[in-house]
Structure formats: C-alpha cells, structure tokens
Write a protein that binds this ligand. Structure first.
Ligand code: NAP
Length: 474
C-alpha cells in the first residue's frame, strides 16, 4: 500500500511519501532506545507537565488537524473536531491520574509476614520502546489512547500508522516534540506493513500494541510470540444491539442510527447487529429505517453531512460484496443496499455507500459472521432474551454490546451472559479514559484506557526485603 494522502471524497491523490529505508528505521530505533534510557528516570510531575502541554497545543490545532483527518480518511468534519477534543481530554486525564494508577501497592501486613519479608510491595516500571501499529479510522484517538498512558508510565512510543494517514502520523510526532517531550520519545515511522516484522524483532523494541484487523493482529501477535514480547490487540467487532419490550423504543431507534453510522460506519465499536424483540420489532424497524434513510450523505467537509465516504475503494468493495452476498441469498434491504444517488458534483468518484438496513439474514450469509465496516445494519427479530443473547454470542467477535431494557433481571442476565468486553445499557458503546476498553474472542485481548491500559505496558516488579531490611545497619 503506498504511503499517501488520497481524499476519499473524490479519489484524488494529494500527497505521497517515501517510506523510511533501513538506515532511517535504524536511526529511529537508536533514538528511541537512547531516549528511553533518560526518559524512564523522569518523574510523574514532569511527564504530566509535558502531556498537559500537548493537550493545550492539540486544542489550539483542533480545526487544522480535524481538516487533515477528514481529507485523509473522510470522517465528517464535526466528528473530526470532536475526536481531537477527546484526545486532549484523555491526555489531561492520564496526566492527572497516572501517578495514582501506578502507585506502589502493598499487600496486607499478614501476607508480608507470611512471605518471610520485613517489607514487600509491588512497583510499576516502564518496559521500554512500545511499537504501536494503528488503523486509520480514528487516526488521532487510536494513537493517543496508547501514547498518553505509555508516555506517562515512562515508556517511549514508535508509531507505525496506517499508510493512508501519513499527515496525521507526522502531526502526532510534531505535537509531542512541540510539547517538549525529548527527541526520540515519540516517533512516527513512515513504513509499510512489510517493515513491521523487522522492527518488532529488534531487541530495542520491548512490546507491541495493534489496533486493526484480525489478519494484521494475528501476524503481529505471532511474531511477538516468537520473540516473547508482550502484546495488546484491539481488533474488529460486530457488536450486538438488543432491544427488549421494556425499552424506550423511540430513543433506542434514534440512538441506533448514530451507533451504526458514527465515523461513516467504520468504527470497531459501532453497533452492527440489531437484535429486536418481536413485540417491539415493527416499531423499531420503522423508526430505524426512517432514521437511516434521512441521513445526509455527502462531502465530509460540510458541517451538515452525517455520512461521508468510506476511507478506501477497497473498503467499499468489501462492503458491497457482503451486502450482495446476503441479498443473493434472500436478505432484503429496507433502505439503501447500493451506492447513493444524487451526490453533489465532484463527489461522483468518491467511495460513498448509502446507509442500509438489511433483514432476513441467515447464518449461511457471510454478513452474519463478518464485520460490516460501513453504514450497513443487520436487523434480526427474536422471541425473547435467551434467543437474543444466543444470537448476540453467535459471532467470532466480542468487543462490546448494547442492551435496551428497563428490566433489572434482564440486565443482570446480559452482564452475566453476553460474550463481550463491555455491556452498555440504554445507550451506545463509547470509550472514556476512565473505563477499560477491549474485547474477547476474535476482537483481541488486553485492555486500553483506565488503570488496565497504563499497567499493560509496565514491568510489574515485586520488591521484597528479608528480615533484615535495607538501612538496618545505619
Ligand atoms: P488493518 O488493515 O489491519 O490495518 C491496521 C494497521 O495494521 C495499519 O497500520 C496497517 O498498515 C497494519 N497492518 C496491516 N497488515 C499488517 C500485517 N500483516 N503486519 C503488520 N501490520 C499490518 O486494519 P484497518 O483496515 O486499518 O482498520 C480496520 C480494522 O480495525 C477493523 O477490523 C476495525 O474493527 C479494527 N479496529 C479495531 C479497534 C479496536 O479498538 N478494537 C479500533 C479501530 C479499528 P498499512 O496501512 O500499511 O497496511
């Protein structure tokens, strides 16, 4: 894949970049290694000062970086600004909380005595240079949710960003430098995916985190496994959205539209399978279809646009294949099911797809098991909660889940039984710095954000003093 900015709204190539050669990669690995040796000894107050400064700069840059993201991957401009604001918030959150999240932990006095120690505790130390292989769909947020905790823990970051967002990648490197982080603490490596193996195998890289597709995750995890290096994987999702009879159906349907089409439908935590109780199915289907039909598809630079283009021609072709396969086997489209008509002049060559609701889906169809990365919803009718949960779990993925109910017993059963890294009631899945984020099954392993996210790339060090504590002779 060439490293280039190609505007998905019209297919125009705006800028291309040379990939780093071997010498360039070597120079950056050496810089990361030498930066880590010094940076690891800085205190939380200094790291927090730098990260807070990065947040200030990001807020100042919000309009410009939002435009860059929209031009590179097509998200609506308002959503791009919101993404930048969310990143600044996460930076401030980790700057404020890292010290407390990584404070030494003390076992009970009885357990300390039982271990034969006069004193024992757990201490968190950084691991070193962490390689982050990142996707284009939230080109700032995916990086910041790794970088903010990693830098606060004393690690340094090496970003291999998706090849279609090179300007956002370079912006991030510049942002951390301008904030005052020492050279080498956060670097963007403009390389293709073929260069990842060599970088990951390098002894100066301690660990890796990948957000992206299952094949990419499998490849990176197997190389890291071979090198015995720790990994976190945030992969695809096909999140269920259950609607039960006690729900506020009008709100559930309104939220469902946003949950499905956020980021032009290209979000790992977008709700993709809408599983609705038969008692409220007709009302939900009607409201949801009207809502999807009413969306404005068009130029993502326009403030009034709800749904922009897909990020790549290939992404649209993959989505079309899934829909066509389903329709060929008997599914029907309540709306959409094709490329949109009547786009404004200049957008004809963009990679747009109409918001779509499909019904009549069976397990024989690819769409039943695969992730739809675009504005296409699968709508199912069920007779009760047991059937809804069974259908929700009939997926290789387990990222998050959404449930609309006012019934406490139903909620309790969903928390117990839904196979996912999150259960969101009467709303839609969203990430927040204070709440862990990640999945089970083919959606990956490990967690980002919150305490789990910052401890993921730490050396959890046991410190144990024998009966004669250090300092006893003085
Ligand atoms: P992708 O093709 O897997 O790319 C993600 C990153 O991995 C890019 O930097 C890509 O580089 C690199 N890559 C691809 N193949 C690789 C390989 N064999 N070895 C090493 N690196 C490789 O995914 P995408 O299309 O950008 O993103 C969409 C996927 O990400 C969806 O499945 C989505 O659900 C998932 N996602 C998950 C989360 C989450 O938090 N769970 C969040 C966002 C997205 P190139 O660009 O150079 O190919």
């Amino acid at each position: 894949m060439p490293i280039a900015t190609v505007n998905p709204a019209n297919g125009e190539t705006l800028r291309t970049f040379e990939a780093l050669d071997g010498a360039g990669i070597e120079q950056r690995l050496a810089a990361a290694d030498s930066a880590f040796r010094r940076y690891r000894t800085t205190g939380f107050a200094e790291r927090a000062r730098l990260l807070n400064q990065a947040a200030v700069l990001l807020d100042e840059d919000q309009r410009d970086i939002a435009r860059t993201m929209t031009i590179e991957m097509g998200k609506p401009i308002g959503a791009a600004r919101a993404e930048a604001a969310k990143c600044a918030k996460a930076m401030r959150w980790y700057a404020a909380h890292a010290e407390e999240l990584l404070a030494d932990q003390y076992p009970s006095a009885a357990d300390v005595r039982d271990s034969g120690a006069s004193r024992a505790y757990v201490h968190y130390r950084p691991l070193g240079a962490v390689l982050a292989v990142m996707p284009w769909n939230f080109p700032l947020w995916q990086v910041v949710r790794f970088a903010a905790p990693a830098l606060m823990a004393g690690n340094v970051g090496l970003l291999k960003h998706a090849s279609n967002v090179p300007q956002t990648a370079m912006y991030l490197e510049g942002l951390f430098r301008r904030a005052g982080f020492p050279a080498g603490c956060f670097q963007s490596l403009l390389v293709g995916s073929g260069a990842v193996e060599g970088i990951l195998r390098d002894g100066r890289v301690a660990a890796a985190t990948l957000t992206g597709s299952e094949p990419a995750g499998r490849s990176v995890a197997s190389i890291a496994g071979d090198e015995v290096k720790h990994t976190v994987l945030e992969l695809g999702g096909s999140d269920p959205y259950l609607v039960m009879p006690s729900a506020d159906v009008a709100r559930a349907a309104r939220t469902a539209v946003t949950a499905r089409v956020q980021n032009n439908g290209q979000s790992c935590i977008a709700a993709k399978r809408f599983i609705v109780h038969t008692e409220v199915y007709d009302e939900f289907a009607e409201r949801f279809t009207v809502g999807m039909n009413d969306l404005t598809v068009g130029d993502p630079m326009e403030e009034s646009t709800d749904v922009g283009p897909l990020a790549s021609e290939q992404g649209r072709a993959d989505l079309e294949e899934l829909v066509d396969d389903a329709v060929r086997q008997g599914a029907s489209a309540l709306c959409g099911g094709a490329r949109p008509e009547g786009l404004a002049p200049g957008l004809e060559r963009g990679w747009f797809y109409a918001p779509t609701v499909l019904t009549g889906i069976t397990p024989a169809m690819r769409i039943h098991h695969e992730e739809t990365f675009g504005p296409v919803a699968s709508l199912y009718r069920v007779d009760g909660l047991d059937e809804a949960v069974a259908l929700a779990n009939d997926s290789p993925f387990g990222l998050s889940s959404n449930v609309w109910t006012r019934d406490q017993d139903e909620a309790r059963r969903c928390v117990r039984d839904l196979e996912a890294g999150g259960v969101f009631f009467n709303g839609m899945t969203a990430s927040h710095p204070a709440l862990p984020f990640g999945g089970v099954k083919r959606s990956g392993y490990g967690r980002e954000l919150a305490g789990q996210g910052i401890r993921a790339f730490c050396n959890v060090t046991t410190v144990w003093y024998g009966p004669e504590p250090v300092g006893a002779t003085s």
